[in-house]
Write a protein that binds this ligand. Structure first.
Ligand SMILES: *[C@@H]1O[C@H](CO)[C@@H](O)[C@H](O)[C@H]1NC(C)=O
Ligand SMILES: *[C@@H]1O[C@H](CO)[C@@H](O)[C@H](O)[C@H]1NC(C)=O
Ligand SMILES: *[C@@H]1O[C@H](CO)[C@@H](O)[C@H](O)[C@H]1NC(C)=O
Ligand SMILES: *[C@@H]1O[C@H](CO)[C@@H](O)[C@H](O)[C@H]1NC(C)=O
Ligand SMILES: *[C@@H]1O[C@H](CO)[C@@H](O)[C@H](O)[C@H]1NC(C)=O
Ligand SMILES: *[C@@H]1O[C@H](CO)[C@@H](O)[C@H](O)[C@H]1NC(C)=O
Ligand SMILES: *[C@@H]1O[C@H](CO)[C@@H](O)[C@H](O)[C@H]1NC(C)=O
Length: 329
């Protein structure tokens, strides 16, 4: 079984697809791995769950909004739309897998209304956002492994994360024409619901079924952290100035605070100036690999949730081009 928060979706899927919460007994539609629908289906209507779905995945929205020529006209390979539709099918299969993993005594939440931003911005923005979400989902899913109760659920999370990695590798190679590798490990982050919390911005206010539990649950949210935006292009060795758009933590005079940078399976603690918000991204990390998370903490290494005061801020390293497209600073 997975904790309730995870039913609220694998990050790459971002959101769940039914119009109303499901009870445990309702049909979840075709079983992933036993039907070609999660691999071969190329229709416009998203394939989960069965016929009670709504087009809520970013890839499902993109399937509706764009067509093959939208991508070729923008200079992307002529199979891009087809791949996106297949990714949509995979993500629908993930939703189905997670729905099945949620205990029948828990609410399987229903669909809200979403706005992803690319609706008005076009295919470049969509592809950049999709790559960013796939990368983040790997940290999210590996973090959920810590919360999962059943070993079989852990295995499910692992194989789903592996598929997100395939999607990322495809995007890096074929869409962005860059090196697909991220070093020996992707970045692990210990508080996955905080990463899920970054998707709240996509949900239209008040659009969720009233039966849905709070999202994410538990929220684990800390003060939002930003660097002139929701994510940063800062690289190892760069100075970085943090901003606190949702309110600054209560910094006490005479107390030390730190910026902790997390990359792959390591973290490095750096001095943090509470007056100016300035720190420096550790120069020790590999450059241009995967992503780095930054948090502000009152203990070196941010060893627990209590010591973690603000964040996470995502420092997107790969591909560098991505942030130019989505507009990070
Ligand atoms: C929806 O229902 C129709 C008719 O029952 C069926 O042919 C189709 O395969 C179903 N679609 C999905 C995605 O299950
Ligand atoms: C693809 O979408 C564009 C823009 O919406 C539209 O002009 C074009 O006719 C579509 N092409 C096909 C083959 O549907
Ligand atoms: C798609 O692109 C490939 C490689 O550039 C090319 O070989 C192929 O003919 C193209 N297919 C179509 C249908 O345009
Ligand atoms: C939930 O109920 C369905 C239908 O009774 C059953 O097939 C499924 O195995 C149950 N799932 C869990 C996780 O208990
Ligand atoms: C969304 O709803 C919450 C409470 O329901 C409210 O505080 C907030 O201002 C709303 N945000 C927007 C953008 O309407
Ligand atoms: C953040 O943005 C402000 C206003 O655009 C700019 O003046 C400042 O230099 C930026 N901070 C950094 C560290 O780039
Ligand atoms: C940082 O590394 C230390 C030492 O391995 C570990 O105790 C701590 O939990 C790590 N912090 C985070 C946020 O992962």
């Amino acid at each position: 079984m997975l904790p309730i928060s995870s039913c609220l979706a694998s990050f790459a899927l971002v959101t769940l697809a039914t119009c109303a919460p499901l009870s445990g007994e309702q049909s979840l539609g075709p079983i992933p791995g036993q039907t070609p629908i999660y691999n071969d289906y190329r229709g416009i209507v998203a394939p989960f769950p069965g016929n009670i779905s709504g087009a809520t995945l970013p890839t499902a929205r993109a399937t509706e909004l764009f067509n093959a020529s939208s991508f070729t006209a923008a200079g992307y390979p002529n199979n891009t739309y087809d791949r996106i539709v297949e990714i949509r099918d995979n993500e629908a299969g993930h939703l189905n897998i997670f729905y099945r993993e949620i205990s029948n005594t828990s609410i399987k939440p229903g669909r809200c209304e979403y706005e992803y931003g690319f609706e008005s911005q076009g295919v470049d923005f969509f592809l950049a956002e999709q790559t960013f979400v796939e990368l983040s989902s790997i940290s999210f899913l590996s973090g959920l492994v810590i919360q999962a109760v059943e070993d079989t659920s852990r295995a499910a999370l692992l194989v789903v994360a592996a598929v997100e990695t395939r999607h990322t590798a495809w995007a890096l190679t074929n869409v962005w024409n860059t090196n697909p590798f991220a070093g020996p490990a992707d970045t692990a982050y210990p508080w996955p619901n905080q990463i899920l919390g970054l998707t709240v911005q996509f949900i239209q206010n008040g659009s969720c079924p009233k039966e849905n539990p709070a999202y994410p649950y538990p929220s684990d949210q800390k003060a939002g952290l930003s660097f002139n935006g929701t994510f940063s292009t800062a690289h190892p060795g760069d100075k970085i100035q943090f901003e606190f758009p949702h309110g600054e933590p209560c910094f006490e005079e005479d107390k030390e605070y730190y910026a902790v940078f997390i990359h792959e399976l390591n973290n490095v603690t750096q001095a943090f100036d509470t007056k100016t918000g300035v720190s420096e991204v550790s120069a020790a990390f590999d450059s241009n690999k995967g992503l780095i998370y930054a948090v502000i903490a009152d203990k070196s290494g941010a060893p627990d949730l209590d010591s973690m005061l603000a964040g996470p801020l995502t420092l997107l390293q790969q591909p560098a081009l991505l942030t130019t497209v989505i507009g990070g600073t």
